[in-house]
Structure formats: structure tokens, C-alpha cells
Design a protein around this ligand. Structure first.
Ligand code: SF4
Length: 320
């Protein structure tokens, strides 16, 4: 049994003009210690998947279908109290996008982490929580005394390390990182990603790395899931996906991405833009931008099918 098994996850947002179909029939699984990258253009549903896994969709968001099995517990069926006590931070933890915005400037970093620990484990004393924070800070390469500082006294890299410490405070088995490299310069970004990979291996953490930057995913993940307009369109191991992308959208994303070792070539941008999810196109949602579009693509949604072992594609052109 996988550690995490997401089956046909469908989540919508209700707005005045109707229902935004942000995530539709997304399925994937994750083993202990495995890292999966979740990529796609902005607004394709990556963050909605992450928020669904923690049960923290905004008030106008709702999981309308599907299961999220954590071992044998379907977390979509849990109450708010059960989610807070058993799932968030204790089983699944999230490193938010933009570490500065995720921290309260009015409190020391230590006080914020103590609060997070006590919210999810009410039996722990403040003294024990502070001892735990000191150990976590050492683990993420920060001096334990720096925990007493305020967020503005940290550099961007230190804040991101503190966020990682906070996310690990209750020993989760799954860590979700939403654009962890955002707003960091490339050197600090590389250090943070290296730290995350080391911690993943040391703690046998499963990880979901959300990013639109394929280079980050290729460095840190075992497999890659590509989302387009709320749908999962391709899923497979990182090497196969980079060497032999099958879905035209994945091919477009990879072609738009400069390779350091490949010959110099003109980068090709994908024409058009993602559809409005209030009223997504019928059939394959990529059909208005696809260079290979056929009649059937405009009428019927292609299912995600296995084309080779562990490699799944949702496209009528994909063959075994
Ligand atoms: Fe293109 Fe059709 Fe494949 Fe969609 S199903 S990606 S429109 S060929």
C-alpha cells in the first residue's frame, strides 16, 4: 500500500460567476521516501492539490469528488478537528511559497514554531518544544540561538531554512514544498534544495515539490507529474519524462526550457495561454493550443493511460 494514494481528486472554487474547475480527476501515489515534482503553468491546479492534501482549501474551495488515502485513512472524510490533530503538520506538512510572507513579523521565529508545535501536539510543554526547535535548527544548518530572532533579522535563505524546520517540527511523513526557490538567488536556492534532499534521505520523507521550474524538479525528484488546466496530463519517472516526453504539453514545456548541456538552440514558447477554468474547453483541455489536435480531442476527454511501466499519459496520440 502506498503512503499516499490520491484517487480522482476533484476540487472546485465557487465564485460569483460560477464554478472554477481548478482540479479534476487527479490521481497519483507516493511511496515512503519518494519525491514527486508537480509542474505546470501558473493556475494549472498545483497549489490546489497541495491545499487539498492538508484540508486547507479557502472557504470558497471544496473537494467535490475523489479520495486522498493516507495509508488507509481517507482524509477527505475527516473532521476539521481530526485534520488538525492527526494530519496537518503531524503527517503532512507544507513549506509555503515565499518564506517572508508565511511568517508573522510581530513574533520571534521561536514563538511561531512553538505555537505551531503546540497547536498540533497539545501535550508538549513549552520547554520541550523549545528544545525540539534547537535540534531542528541544528538539523537545517541554523544556530539554535537565532530562533529567538524576528523574521526580518534573517536573510532569505535563513527564513527558508527556518520554514523547513517549522515544517518538520511534528515529524511528518510527507513534506510539500510550494515553489521553495521563489525569491531566493540561485546560490541560496541550490543550498536550500540540497538541504531538502539531504533531509528527505535522512528522515525517509516523502516529498511533493511544486514548481514551474523543471530544473528544480530534475535535481530533486524521482518522478514528475505535469498538470494542465486542472488535469494531470503526464506522470512518470523524471529521466523518462525529460528524455521522452509524450504529451504535447510536456514536450512544449521541455522545449521552452534551456538545457545547459544540449546544443545552443532557439527556445520555443508555447503559443496561447491556459483556458479559463470557469468554462474549460470540451474534450482535451489542451486542444486549443495543441499542434496535433484532432476531431476527437474536441469532443472526448482522453483518459490517463499507462504507455510504459510507471509512465502515464492522457493524450489520444500516446501509444504503448
Ligand atoms: Fe493534443 Fe489531442 Fe493529445 Fe490533447 S488529446 S494533447 S489535443 S493530440
Amino acid at each position: 500500500m502506498p503512503l499516499l494514494d490520491v484517487q480522482n481528486l476533484t476540487a472546485y472554487y465557487t465564485i460569483k460567476r460560477g464554478s472554477v474547475k481548478a482540479v479534476e480527476n487527479v490521481s497519483f501515489s507516493l511511496e515512503e521516501g519518494e519525491a514527486m515534482g508537480l509542474a505546470g503553468e501558473s493556475g494549472c491546479g498545483k497549489t490546489t492539490v497541495a491545499l487539498s492534501l492538508l484540508g486547507i482549501l479557502p472557504v470558497n474551495g471544496k473537494i467535490v469528488r475523489g479520495k486522498i488515502l493516507l495509508k488507509d485513512t481517507d482524509i477527505t472524510k475527516l473532521s476539521e478537528k481530526e485534520l488538525r490533530e492527526k494530519i496537518r503538520w503531524n503527517a503532512v506538512s507544507l513549506i509555503f511559497q515565499g518564506a517572508m510572507n508565511a511568517m508573522n513579523p510581530m513574533y520571534s521565529v521561536e514563538d511561531q514554531i512553538v505555537e505551531a508545535i503546540k497547536t498540533h501536539d497539545s501535550s508538549i510543554t513549552k520547554k520541550k518544544a523549545k528544545e525540539r526547535i534547537a535540534k531542528l535548527f541544528e538539523m537545517v544548518g541554523l544556530e539554535p540561538e537565532r530562533a529567538r530572532n524576528y523574521p526580518h533579522e534573517y536573510s532569505g535563505g535563513m527564513r527558508q531554512r527556518a520554514m523547513i524546520a517549522m515544517a518538520l517540527a511534528c515529524n511528518p511523513s510527507i513534506l510539500i514544498a510550494d515553489e521553495p526557490g521563489t525569491a531566493l538567488d540561485v546560490i541560496v536556492q541550490a543550498q536550500v534544495l540540497k538541504l531538502m534532499t539531504e533531509l528527505r534521505k535522512r528522515l525517509n520523507l516523502a516529498m511533493i515539490m511544486i514548481s514551474h521550474d523543471l530544473s528544480i524538479i530534475s535535481e530533486t525528484c524521482d518522478k514528475l507529474a505535469i498538470m494542465y488546466a486542472g488535469k494531470l496530463v503526464e506522470l512518470g519517472d523524471v529521466l523518462t519524462m525529460f528524455k521522452k516526453p509524450v504529451h504535447p504539453y510536456t514536450q512544449g514545456l521541455i522545449a521552452a526550457f534551456p538545457g545547459i548541456y544540449t546544443p545552443k538552440q532557439e527556445m520555443k514558447a508555447l503559443p496561447g495561454s491556459p483556458p479559463n477554468l470557469l468554462n474549460p474547453p470540451k474534450g482535451c483541455r489542451f486542444n486549443p493550443r495543441c499542434p496535433y489536435v484532432m476531431d476527437i480531442c474536441k469532443k472526448k476527454t482522453p483518459e490517463l493511460k499507462e504507455v510504459s511501466k510507471g509512465h502515464y499519459v492522457a493524450c489520444y496520440l500516446a501509444k504503448k
